[in-house]
Design a protein around this ligand. Structure first.
Ligand SMILES: Nc1nc2c(c(=O)[nH]1)N[C@H]1C(S)=C(S)[C@@H](COP(=O)(O)O)O[C@H]1N2
Ligand SMILES: [Mo]
Length: 196
C-alpha cells in the first residue's frame, strides 16, 4: 500500500498514469471467485464458439497449435485493486475469429463451473482479448482460471472469465453473472463503469 499525495493541481504527483481512477496497486495477485475452483483436465478441455450457423470447436492440442502471443498488460478489478505489467501467454480472439463468420455482435462467455459474463464482440477483437493459459511464464494456476481463462484487460477484470469453455454469439447484449447482480454491462475502468 502506498499513500497517495495530492498535489496543488488536485492531481497526485505520485500517481501512476496507468492507474485508472479509484484504483490502488497491489503487490500480490488476489483470487476472486464466486464459487469453488472447478477441476478442468486439459484432456477433456474444449473451447467452443457458437454462432447462428454452427459451433466451432478446439480441443487442447488444437488450441496449442494456434498462434500464441505474449501479452504484457495491466489488470483492474472492480473491487479497486490493479496490477501493472502482468505477463501472460495465450491465443488472441482475433485468431479464434479468423474462421468464424457471424452477424451477431454480442458475446456471452461461459465458464466451467457456470460463470458467465457478457462482452460486445467489438471489445474482444483488434488485439484486445486473449484466451490465456500462462501467467508469468508458468501454466495458469487453477485458482486464477487454469487451464485457460479469458483475458480482456481493458475492461474490469470480472469480464476475464476464468476456466472459460466457450463463447456464445448473441443478437443483443444480455447480462452475465455479475452483470445480473448489479455490475455494469460494459465495465470500462477509465470511466468507472462499476455498477448500474
Ligand atoms: N469463472 C469465473 N471467472 C471469474 C470470476 C469468477 O468468480 N468465476 N471472478 C471474476 C472477478 S470478479 C475477478 S476480479 C477476476 C479475478 O481473477 P483472479 O482470481 O485471477 O484474480 O476473475 C473474474 N473471472
Ligand atoms: Mo472482480
Amino acid at each position: 500500500m502506498s499513500f497517495i499525495t495530492r498535489g496543488f493541481s488536485g492531481r497526485s504527483r505520485d500517481r501512476d498514469d496507468r492507474l485508472p481512477p479509484g484504483q490502488t496497486l497491489v503487490p500480490d495477485f488476489p483470487v476472486l471467485s464466486a464459487g469453488p475452483t472447478p477441476e478442468v483436465d486439459t484432456a477433456e478441455w474444449e473451447f467452443t464458439i457458437r454462432t447462428e450457423s454452427g459451433v466451432h470447436r478446439w480441443n487442447w492440442d488444437e488450441f496449442m497449435a494456434l498462434a500464441i502471443e505474449d501479452v504484457d498488460t495491466d489488470i483492474h478489478c472492480v473491487t479497486h485493486w490493479s496490477k501493472l505489467g502482468t505477463n501472460w501467454r495465450g491465443v488472441s480472439l482475433d485468431t479464434l475469429f479468423e474462421h468464424v463468420e457471424t452477424e451477431r455482435e454480442f458475446v456471452m462467455a461461459h465458464s466451467y463451473g457456470g460463470y458467465t459474463t457478457n462482452v460486445p464482440l467489438d471489445e474482444l477483437l483488434g488485439g484486445k482479448a486473449w484466451v490465456a493459459f500462462e501467467f508469468d511464464g508458468e501454466p495458469l494456476e487453477p485458482e486464477h482460471g487454469g487451464p485457460a481463462r479469458l483475458l480482456v484487460p481493458h475492461l474490469y477484470f470480472w469480464k476475464s472469465a476464468k476456466w472459460v469453455r466457450g463463447l456464445l454469439m448473441m443478437d443483443e447484449d444480455e447480462p452475465g453473472f455479475w452483470e445480473q447482480n448489479g455490475y455494469h454491462l460494459h465495465g470500462d475502468p477509465w470511466t468507472e463503469e462499476r455498477y448500474w
